[in-house]
Design a protein around this ligand. Structure first.
Ligand code: NAP
Length: 252
């Protein structure tokens, strides 16, 4: 079987996907800007490189590798467009048989700068001429937990008016691993978590699970973005949702 290159294989989702693919007996490569961490399983081919410069891409894409593109930089969204452009260019040269990308539910409805960039990335992939699959997912439990911690640092917590439907990153990894076996499928049904709710509810669940108490101050985000986040555009009605609830995720 062809090797699988996971860009962003050192990230929240990528790490979980790499572990699954290794467990499935696949040959797995990771492209990362960092040197190989000491604890990395020896079966993983670790390629130090950078999507923005193209360093390491030739080696990473050799032997007809299937690509699962999980690399991202939410802090500098334009870099995602540039990085994906370079990946596509190199993948064309290497005649990559399948470029699989993970995107976010609602990016076409919520005008955040990061989401606009993600939409551009989707278009680049769709128009790349390469065989492709795009899997959109909702926010990961891991992201919602990190947000809950950040928003409750002070004596009064802040609860932005956002409706979300978090899913376990591990279940997104499971879906992506299955998609690598299926071949190019275009845009596939969204993957969301088992329940949607307000961010305030997920923050309260976090406080409960950690035995902390905080009053929560509701925060209405202004403008079109605020309305879209409040109206539930980050959620999906697709029936095949993730299984692990946020509360179960919080239970050690
Ligand atoms: N987080 C969520 O809630 C969520 C929800 C739905 C979809 N998604 C999507 O899922 C994907 C993965 O998200 P994540 O949360 O797992 O991301 P993450 O933890 O922030 O990891 C990002 C990864 O991108 C790599 N990267 C960034 N710039 C790079 C560059 N120039 N060259 C090579 N590698 C680069 C980083 O690797 P090094 O630092 O090792 O180089 C890192 O492994 C993204 O496409 C994201 O939009 C995320």
């Amino acid at each position: 079987m062809e090797p699988i290159l996971v860009t962003g294989g050192s990230g929240t989702l990528g790490r979980r996907l790499v572990d699954r693919l290794v467990a499935d007996g696949r040959t797995v490569r990771v492209l990362s800007r960092r040197p190989r961490p000491a604890q990395t399983a020896t079966v993983i081919e670790w390629i130090t490189g950078d999507l923005l410069t193209g360093a390491g891409l030739d080696t990473a894409l050799a032997d007809g590798a299937v690509v699962v593109h999980c690399a991202t930089n939410p802090v500098r969204p334009r870099q995602d467009i540039e990085a994906t452009g370079r990946l596509i260019e190199a993948a064309r040269q290497a005649a990559t048989p399948h470029l699989l990308h993970v995107s976010i539910v609602g990016i076409d409805l919520v005008p955040l700068p990061y989401y606009r960039a993600k939409l551009r990335v989707e278009r680049l992939i769709e128009e790349s001429g390469l065989p492709w699959t795009i899997q959109r997912a909702t926010q990961f439990h891991e992201l919602v937990l990190a947000a809950a911690h950040k928003l409750t640092r002070g004596p009064v917590g802040i609860a932005p008016a956002v409706i979300t439907q978090p899913v376990a990153a591990d279940e997104v990894a499971e879906r992506l691993a299955a998609l690598t076996q299926q071949g190019p499928a275009g845009r596939v049904p969204d993957l969301g978590g088992p329940a949607s709710g307000t961010l305030a509810e997920f923050i309260r669940a976090t406080l409960d699970a950690e035995g902390r108490r905080r009053p929560l101050l509701p925060l209405r985000i202004p403008g079109r973005t605020g309305r879209a986040l409040h109206q539930g555009h980050l959620t999906t009605r697709e029936p095949n949702t993730g299984r692990l609830t946020f509360r179960e995720f919080l239970t050690p």
